[in-house]
Design a protein around this ligand. Structure first.
Ligand code: ASP
Ligand code: MG
Length: 428
């Protein structure tokens, strides 16, 4: 008998029918003799709808009240799910984040988990009940207020529960069968991975892969939680996300798993590019610029500085950042134009980022060559390049991104024979 934590995303509990399907799945796990703890998201697009509503009544909703509002979404789904399980003859008990002992800091809208004290969950498990916990929410001890963990926070709830309860596995259910070598909605020939290392998963998630949330993967890595990403719509095995020293429970004894050089290709259309043109090429200018940018609260990703033109002694500095951060950042930079002494600002929100990720890059050469050759054969222009130990990213025209991703995916030999099965809309 194992202790299994399961997380169901919004699209898995979008309506009564789906809730009943999930309830059956939970009951089946229970029938197989396991203890089950479930973290559940709000139904379908509930969170987005509540956010819209909040902005209709107030341009800038009060953060405390916004958390009160948004946390109610998960309370609806947890109670309905518990009822559905009851009606199948099994004991289920739902708990809010604070009842479950999900203790966070006090940052409304993006709270971090600081402690998990699942006393009531343990009691319920000991009494033979199936435990259902509202995802995405917690409680701060100092303010005694309800907090939320940021969009997609239910993944983190599930992983934190798995860590605190010492669960055998944390199963994260969504509408795709697992983690693919690329987003199957962009690349139909994407292949399902049997396993992926947590460091690769972090790079994929940070560069646009939406199947798992980065904070959940980080938490799992730090606390040694085994994640199994799989589909609500099929019983097929999904993908195991392995931290250091973890083994794929499905791999047969003695089977040597050769590490693929490239684990996957990620695409990201959520970034914009700002170019600060005509910056005096003297020490300290980059520091001045990025101080302004960081004060504006922007999360900078790639940075490129051109070689300065000898005739002018000036250079261009370009960087990428989330599209949503661009307007405030541009405003902040413009306000300091004469202070910094640059000539102009350019804003480009039509870019796309393509990243190739693989732990095998550390030990294999020629990985970048394949990327550049594939792009060149496809006639696709590269605008920026950045690398980490296990990743190469390029910025391209956004319109070229899907085509580029397909070309690069085949160039690395990642294409599968069959088309990937995508069950529903959003990947959550
Ligand atoms: N309901 C929240 C959201 O939509 C949390 C989650 O789904 O994980 O962001
Ligand atoms: Mg959701």
């Amino acid at each position: 008998m194992a202790l299994i934590v399961q997380k169901y995303g919004g699209s898995s509990v979008a309506d009564a029918e789906s809730i009943k399907r999930v309830a059956k799945r939970i009951v089946d796990t229970r029938r197989a003799g396991h203890d089950v703890v479930v973290a559940v998201s709000a139904m379908g697009d509930t969170t987005d709808e509540m956010l819209d509503l909040a902005h209709e009544v107030a341009p800038i909703p009060a953060p405390r009240e916004l958390d009160m509002l948004l946390s109610s979404g998960e309370r609806i789904s947890m109670a309905l799910l518990a009822m559905a399980i009851h009606s199948m003859g099994f004991e289920a008990r739902s708990f809010t984040g604070s009842q479950a002992g999900m203790i966070t800091d006090s940052h409304h809208g993006k709270a971090r988990i600081v402690d998990v004290t699942p006393v009531r969950l343990r009691e319920a498990l000991d009494e033979g009940a199936i435990v259902i916990v509202a995802g995405f929410q917690g409680f701060n001890r100092d303010t005694r207020d309800i907090t939320t963990l940021g969009r997609g926070g239910s993944d983190t709830t599930a992983v934190a529960l798995a860590a605190a309860l010492n669960a055998d596995v944390c199963e994260i259910y969504s509408d795709v069968d697992g983690i693919y070598t690329a987003d199957p909605r962009v690349i139909p020939r994407a292949r399902k991975l049997e396993q992926v290392s947590s460091e690769e998963m972090l790079e994929l998630a940070a560069n646009g892969a939406k199947v798992l949330y980065i904070r959940a993967v980080e938490y799992a890595r730090r606390h040694g939680v085994l994640i199994h990403a799989r589909s609500t719509f099929s019983s097929a095995e999904g993908t195991y996300v392995l931290g250091a020293g973890m083994k794929n429970p499905r791999a047969t004894e003695g089977e040597a798993m050769e590490e693929p050089i490239v684990a996957g290709v990620a695409t990201d259309l959520s970034q914009a590019k700002i170019t600060v043109a005509g910056v005096p090429d003297v020490p300290g200018k980059a520091a001045e610029i990025f101080k302004i940018v960081s004060k504006a609260g922007a999360n900078v990703d790639m940075i490129v500085q051109n070689v300065s033109a000898a005739s002018t002694g000036r250079t261009d500095i370009s960087f990428t950042l989330p599209k949503a951060d661009a307007p405030t950042t541009l405003k902040a930079l413009a306000a300091e134009q004469s202070e910094v002494g640059f000539e102009s600002l350019l804003h480009d929100d039509q870019i796309g980022k393509l990243s190739v990720v693989g732990a095998g890059m550390r030990t294999h050469s020629g990985v970048s060559e394949i990327l550049f050759e594939a792009l060149s054969a496809g006639g696709i222009n590269i605008e920026m390049i950045s690398t980490s130990e296990i990743r190469i990213s390029v910025v391209l025209r956004g319109d070229d991104l899907a085509e580029a991703a397909r070309t690069v995916h085949s160039a690395y030999g990642l294409d599968s024979e069959i088309e990937a099965v995508v069950h529903a809309g959003t990947g959550r």
